[in-house]
Design a protein around this ligand. Structure first.
Ligand code: MTE
Ligand code: MO
Length: 246
């Protein structure tokens, strides 16, 4: 994924009007909400068309889950899983961070009462659950995948995170970082994923929220922090809409 260029909204007015009509207006969202597009890698009409095409394939439940805070994202069955699952990062697959699971410790900081680092076996000793959901990337593709790990809400409670704080931030083993609002962190489908079909999907730890766009799902997590100061994110700081979901 190349750094996004801010598109001029005027340049893409017809397409955006089309997208608004098709997808957003009925949910009371308009150009303001489309600011998530303003940081997209929409270099030409083709890119816009691909995005429109991909988005128009999503059913209303997917749309609703991405833009309505109270909805659950749809779940799927094993047979629906996309194989191979697409890889995405701001660099190529061969450059993913290689992390030794034995030595790995998840660091905690910020508004967290118990900041003791966690090993993978300790994380695995917590109750595990799995989900089969759709990951939606702003670049115009989506895929159904399966993830297993610890309910993030459970983890945040366990470490004594201040659940009234505004944000949860993530620092990754590559140069990636991201952050989410606390209500999304506490959403029942938000998972701290430990099981991967391949390391490239975020080994050893990845956040998985089906209620937000793909770039809000940090992989290769090294540190989690809780804060009231807006932490931003890798793409967020380059112009992507921070909320990007429900
Ligand atoms: N650490 C890290 N996490 C990341 C990224 C990244 O470049 N580095 N890319 C994000 C983007 S834009 C997407 S769409 C998803 C892709 O996840 P996947 O490789 O499981 O498809 O990871 C997100 N998390
Ligand atoms: Mo993405």
């Amino acid at each position: 994924m190349k750094p996004p260029r801010r598109i001029s909204l005027r340049e893409f007015q017809p397409q955006i009007a089309r997208l608004e009509r098709r997808l957003f207006l009925k949910q009371g969202l308009s150009l303001g909400a489309l600011s998530l597009l303003s940081g997209c890698t929409l270099k030409d009409d083709d890119a816009v068309d691909r995005l429109l095409f991909a988005m128009s394939r999503f059913n209303d439940r997917v749309q609703a889950a991405l833009f309505d805070p109270l909805r659950l994202a749809p779940t799927f069955s094993d047979a629906d899983v996309t194989t191979p699952f697409p890889f995405n990062a701001y660099y190529e697959e061969k450059d993913i961070p290689r992390i030794d699971g034995e030595d790995y410790r998840l660091r905690l900081s910020g508004l967290v009462a118990d900041q003791r680092p966690w090993s993978l076996s300790e994380l695995r000793a917590l109750p595990q659950s799995s989900q089969i959901t759709r990951l939606v990337c702003v670049e115009g593709w989506s895929a159904i995948g399966t993830w297993r790990g610890v309910a993030f809400r459970h983890f945040l409670e366990r470490i004594g995170a201040d659940l009234t704080a505004r944000y949860v931030g993530f620092k990754c083993a590559d140069k990636y970082y991201s952050s989410i609002d606390m209500p999304s962190a506490l959403h029942p489908q938000t998972l701290l994923a430990l099981d991967f079909t391949d390391a490239k999907y975020g080994y050893p730890l990845r956040l998985r929220l089906p209620t937000k766009l793909g770039f809000k799902n940090p992989k290769f997590i090294g540190e989690i922090f809780v804060t009231n100061d807006y932490p931003g994110g890798y793409w967020e700081d380059k112009g992507y809409n921070w909320f990007s979901g429900s």
